[in-house]
Ligand binder design. Structure first.
Ligand code: ATP
Ligand code: MG
Length: 194
């Protein structure tokens, strides 16, 4: 059985996180929860690398478009008036394009985070996708208030500080995509590994 303390997840600090000076804050919140940074680098991504990072399948695109539609429904915005369509797939495709613009607008910080239930715990520390709905105490809830209604009206993606893998399978794929096959250093954390 795999060592349960060595689950790994992939985290990308997005342009707004870098530009708000939150690199240290993000790392601090992982480390204080006994998670271990095992790879870390600032870099400038190509549009192609970002394009291949985000999923391209219909269900994902529709889920992204659906976030706009549900926020619009809640706040009484007509999607046809705002975006010219109420089709989740078409809106999702638009948002995906804005996401590529956003993610290539500044240097990013990529890292591999390791520890017990790293995938779920990191998502919990990050908070849910939409900052306006994220609980206070999460990174997204403490440092952003962005929403699809605001972002889409400015023809941009939601700025939510960081990306984190959603499942261990996605983490494995993303670590390989961003760091190559043999990513990550090995060391012991006091009080956790020794
Ligand atoms: P990430 O994959 O970046 O960790 P997530 O898993 O919480 O975030 P996804 O549904 O995978 O969210 O969407 C990817 C990213 O696309 C979001 O983090 C956000 O920046 C942007 N995004 C998603 N839905 C919308 C939307 N409706 N309008 C604008 N931007 C969006
Ligand atoms: Mg995601």
């Amino acid at each position: 059985m795999a060592n349960l303390k060595q689950e790994r997840t992939f985290v990308l600090i997005k342009p707004d996180g870098v530009k708000k000076g939150l690199i240290g804050e993000v790392i601090k919140r992982f480390e204080q929860r006994d998670l271990k940074i095992v790879a870390l680098e600032m870099f400038e991504p190509s549009r192609d690398m970002i394009d291949n990072h985000y999923p391209k399948y219909d269900a994902w695109i529709e889920r992204v478009g659906g976030k706009t539609l549900s926020t619009y429904a809640k706040y009484g915005v007509d999607p046809i008036e705002a975006l010219g369509t109420d089709d989740a797939h078409k809106i999702g495709t638009m948002v995906r394009g804005w996401l590529l613009d956003f993610m290539t607008s500044a240097p990013l910080v990529r890292m591999v985070v390791e520890g017990a239930h790293a995938v779920d715990v990191v998502r919990k520390i990050a908070g849910p996708t939409l900052p306006y709905a994220a609980e206070v105490g999460t990174i997204r809830g403490d440092f952003s208030i962005d929403s699809p209604a605001i972002a889409n009206s400015e023809k941009r993606a939601v700025a939510n500080i960081l990306h984190a893998s959603e499942t261990p399978q996605e983490a494995e794929h993303e670590i390989k995509h961003w760091f190559g096959a043999n990513a990550g250093f090995s060391y012991k954390r006091f009080g956790i590994d020794e």
